[in-house]
Design a protein. Sequence first.
Length: 76
Amino acid sequence: MQAYQFYAKPENGIIRIPDEYMGKITDTVKIIVLEEKSGKAGHGLTTGRVKSDMLLPPTMSTKGWKFNRDEANERR
């Protein structure tokens, strides 16, 4: 599964997929709509990706793992 994030303004109930993603999105997609309050600094309508957009969620659970400072900073 690949995730893409972009800002768009719905027009007549339509959210346009930016051209840069048109060839990449070829299958059924899951849509989650988060409303941005207008006027927030740095959140203009843009399709540019930022580094944090490229991070995937963790694939393994670390619940119950215990580390001390030395183990966490140990380099192998």
